[in-house]
Design a protein around this ligand. Sequence first.
Ligand SMILES: Cc1cc2nc3c(=O)[nH]c(=O)nc-3n(C[C@H](O)[C@H](O)[C@H](O)COP(=O)(O)OP(=O)(O)OC[C@H]3O[C@@H](n4cnc5c(N)ncnc54)[C@H](O)[C@@H]3O)c2cc1C
Length: 386
Amino acid sequence: MAFLPFYIPGRKRLRIVIAGGGYAGIAALTTFLRHMPEADITLVDPRPWHLKVTHLHETFRYPLDDCKVPFSELERRFGCRHLSARLPLEEEALLQWQRDKSVVVDGGTLEFDYLLIAVGAAVVRAERAENILDLNDFMDAGGAGLLRERLDMHGHNGSACISVAGGGATGIQFLFEIAHFLRRHGLDARLRLIHEGKRVLDGFTPHFSTYVQARMTELDIDFHPDTRYRGQDAKRIFLEECKTGRRFDLPSALSLLFLGIKPERLFPANAFGQIMVGDRHLPNVFTAGDCSIHRSPGSDTLTAQSAVRKGKLAARNILRHSGVLGWLEPYLHRDLGYVVSLGPTDAVGWLALKDNVVSGMPALVIKEMVEAQYDLLLTGVDTYIP
Ligand SMILES: Cc1cc2nc3c(=O)[nH]c(=O)nc-3n(C[C@H](O)[C@H](O)[C@H](O)COP(=O)(O)OP(=O)(O)OC[C@H]3O[C@@H](n4cnc5c(N)ncnc54)[C@H](O)[C@@H]3O)c2cc1C
């Protein structure tokens, strides 16, 4: 059993319910088992597998199954239990869960000593049409097969135009993978990017945009900045200039929308990860990941690294709360970097300081290392520095 500072165990076996088996939930699970191997852990998640969503754009090169880790495998590996269900997220329920120390899931009652809510953020659903895809579609089917299928259906047997809307990190990662996929397979299709901002990746320093936009030019990708997506019909995409409101349309066989993710419910937490209802915290109900916002200087960005740190911190604090001392640790994690991949051989990112921009192979290596660290965590090997 690994040593945890400020933790003198009070109980040998806690009953813990984790709602959400994403990055935060899995990081919490492995942390519990490191420090309390006998813990009785139930993971509630409607999916049958943990999805390594940060690899999703790579499904233009690898099968989608490579991004999935079945919960049944995690059950065997970690001795936990998976319940395929969705925890209802009404706010009124929080006080009741704290009072009853139980949740009702799919008609059954689950008793707990501690509950961790790590349900992530939902992807904004695009309107449904066969030639409009969003991130949800890529969670159900691999990119390569999906794009080929839709091009066959809507590519009109000639040179097709594919529109990607959203020049944030996710849109850019998909855009470059698609550009390389089309080239690799000799598919006759043009790519364009629609973005509401003046420059791509406008959440990062301008060096990012300069680098990425230069690579887009090299790959012959059309760029429409300051432009809002308005819709797509059988053959055309409908757009609006953000500044003037002028509407226009262009030929487009397919639209791929990466317009952001939004937490269905955002749970405010104190600095230790305990959920706040008004100005009172719930001692036994914690939250972590994209669905949480902490009252502390720690990073609340919607990133896997913040989700992992919050998940691990929630688990450590749950153990400490149950222990003899009851001293908890505040959430202080600052992001150490972020890398956006630009296809199989290129990337751009920052490391340590937001102005310290790295690109090309060094950036790609950093991304691989970060992903490898998470893959190790999934096998129970924790190489994160607390
Ligand atoms: C395409 C893409 C690429 C990304 N790339 C990067 C990257 O390179 N680097 C980076 O740092 N971040 C990246 N991110 C962001 C990162 O993936 C998220 O910040 C991270 O997944 C958040 O982890 P989480 O555990 O909070 O939520 P998630 O990983 O989304 O997991 C939430 C889990 O909760 C389950 N759930 C939902 N509702 C309920 C409910 N009511 N009851 C029970 N379970 C529920 C879901 O099924 C899911 O398994 C990317 C995101 C996307 C979409």
